[in-house]
Every structure is written in C-alpha cells, then in structure tokens.
Design a protein around this ligand. Structure first.
Ligand code: NDP
Length: 319
C-alpha cells in the first residue's frame, strides 16, 4: 500500500527518477535537498504531480542542517514516514586537496555517509511509529565498493578500503581525510563512503531488524553512466564512459530504469527482505530479475561493521 517516503538528493539522476516512479505508484514523497527550490523545479521538468511532494531543506554535508531538517519534518508531517531512501551523493575525483564540511570532516565522506548516518538515526523513531505493513530503509550502494562484482575489482584509483579505521578513530579532522588515516585520494574517498553506506545497511539489519521489524536493504541499480554524478570527471571521460557501459560492459541503465528499481525496493512485496543487497547484475538483460548479491568481505565483515557504527555514532555526536 502506498505511503510516505523521504528521498535524499532529488534534483537529478536516480533520486529524481525514483521520486517520479514512487509518485506514480501513489506514494507521497518528501524530498531532502540543499536547495528545495531546485528540487521543485527538477520535479516539474519530469511532470511529477506537485501535490504529492513536500520539499525539505537538508544539506547532508552539514550535521547541523540534518538536525534542523529532521526537527522541521517531524513537527510538520501529518503522518509518520513509512520509508527512507538514502540516495544523495557527491563524487569529486579531481580534487587535489580535501574539501571540508562545517564540522571539519572530508566532504564526500561527510555528505555520503556521516550526514546520512545521522539522518537515519534521527528518523528511526519516526519510522517505528508508522503503521505501514512494510517499513523500509533503502540505501544506494554501488558496484565500485563491492569487490565481489567485476566493477568493484577495477583498482582505479584504488579500491575501497577502510583500513584499521584509525582516521575515524582519531576524530577525522584535518589533516586526516580518509577513514583509514592514509593520504587523501579523492576518487577513493567516494568509494570508501559508499562502502560505509553498504556496511551501515548490514549493521542496521543486524542491530535493529528483529527489534523494529524495519526492512533494511541496499541496491546497485546498474551503471547510470549519464547522471550529473560524473560532472567533475574529465570531459572526455563523460563522453566515453556511457558509451563504454552501453557497448562494452553492457552495464548501462537509463535514469528512468534506475529510478524504477529504487521504487521496487521501496514498495514491492518481493523486496520485503531485510539485510539484502539487491542487484540486477553487471550485464543488463531485458526483463532481467533482481537477485541478492553477495558482498565482499570488506562490506560484510561484522567486526569492521561494528567499528564503523561506533565511530560514526561518535563523529555525528550521538555517542
Ligand atoms: P546525481 O549527481 O544525479 O544526484 C545526486 C543528488 O545528490 C543530487 O540531487 C544532488 O543535489 C544531491 N546532493 C549532493 N550533495 C548534497 C548535499 N550536500 N545535500 C543534499 N543533497 C545533495 O547522482 P546519481 O543520481 O548518479 O547518484 C545517486 C545515487 O546513486 C548515489 O548514491 C550514487 O552513489 C548511486 N549510484 C549511482 C550510480 C551511477 O552510475 N550513476 C551507480 C550506482 C549507485 P545538488 O543538485 O544540490 O548537487
């Protein structure tokens, strides 16, 4: 049955198309963006019914903005949330120096992982108040953080690796810019943050599924090679990458199909399984079915997951 879902990052790409697919299924969507005006304009370009949308201001790179956004939401929403989609992300592979969040954290880890980690923790009580038959938290993972899939084995610039998490343990402030405490690598910072997203899903499942009944899952929607996510890559790469994914790897999916897949994981009864990382494979076939993708040891190691959870709690100020 349709409910209310909050989706982060809906000005473009997967989040915008997931918004469309869920509104078409009868859902009400709360969008969370750093610029709600741009979010409303983007929704209009896809012809999404504006009466089903609420636009909330949250800058995920700023923990204070996450707190304020959640307070605003919880005090203004008539119904509790039934589902949450963790989608927003930044990818800045060409930086020479790390950018910093207002709290002093490296900005891609701050936005993609820590802001979302806090958002989930703050919204869990609200999700628990929902009487929806299947309450869900859905996190966008990626193949590049998953060494069990082909795309995750490509070591350019370096595979995701959180090391001993000493960068997190030491407070993750300058000059530290990586969770591992090792020197800054901008492309790897994105991969590490996505690995944290997938680990968070697994740890949420382990810690909270039985107690809350909430379904926690992640997905790799396919390679959506032409979204603005790649806006900070070299121009030639932006031309070649979609072509390569369409014609060589076969991994390419349209933004509309990626949005549809997110909507399925949020809404369809087939996806009511907690702790699963959903994939449709690297080579897209027409009508291909989803399957539960086995995760790399790095993403499934319970000891790493426990540490990521505890350090993240500290870094977002909840422990
Ligand atoms: P886009 O760049 O199109 O979308 C990213 C969204 O995140 C935008 O709406 C952007 O808004 C928002 N965002 C960025 N920074 C912030 C912030 N500080 N606060 C709030 N919102 C923010 O990328 P995609 O659609 O490609 O990616 C969406 C998700 O899908 C990501 O999690 C990505 O890792 C994942 N994914 C993508 C794949 C792909 O091939 N494209 C493959 C697998 C997973 P703004 O306009 O303000 O920047």
């Amino acid at each position: 049955s349709p409910g209310t879902v909050l989706i982060t990052g809906t000005t473009s790409g997967v989040g915008l198309n997931a918004t469309k697919a869920l509104v078409e299924r009868g859902w009400t969507v709360v969008t969370a963006n750093r610029d709600p005006v741009r979010a409303a304009a983007a929704a209009e370009t896809l012809g999404i019914d504006a009466s089903r949308l609420h636009h909330l201001r949250i800058d995920l790179g700023d923990l204070e903005s996450v707190r304020v956004g959640v307070e605003t939401l919880v005090s203004s929403l008539a119904q509790p949330l039934d589902a949450l989609v963790i989608n927003a992300a930044v990818y800045k592979p060409r930086l020479k120096q790390p950018e910093r969040s207002p709290q002093g954290f490296e900005l891609s880890m701050a936005t993609n992982h820590l802001g979302h980690f806090l958002l989930i923790q703050l919204l869990l009580p609200d999700l628990q108040r929902s009487s929806h038959p299947s309450r869900r938290v859905v996190i966008l993972g990626t193949v590049t953080a998953n060494s069990k899939e082909l795309g995750g084995k490509i070591p350019i610039p370096a595979p995701a690796d959180l090391g001993d998490l000493s960068g997190f343990a030491a407070g993750f402030q300058a000059p530290i810019a990586m969770a591992s405490g090792k020197p800054f690598k901008p492309g790897k910072a994105y991969k590490d943050s996505k690995l944290c997203n997938m680990i968070t899903t697994q740890e949420l499942h382990r810690r909270l599924h039985r107690e809350t009944g909430i379904v926690f899952s992640s997905l790799y929607p396919g390679c959506v090679a032409d979204t603005p996510l790649f806006r900070n890559t070299p121009r030639l790469f932006q031309k070649i990458f979609p072509w390569f994914q369409k014609n060589i790897t076969g991994g390419y999916v349209t933004q509309a199909l990626a949005g549809e897949r997110v909507a399925q994981v949020v809404a369809d009864p087939e996806f009511a399984v907690s702790g699963v990382h959903w994939s449709w494979g690297n080579r897209q076939k027409r009508g291909g079915k989803q399957f539960s993708q086995e995760l790399s040891d790095k993403a499934s190691n319970p000891e790493t997951a426990r540490k990521v959870w505890e350090h993240s709690m500290q870094l977002v100020g909840l422990a």
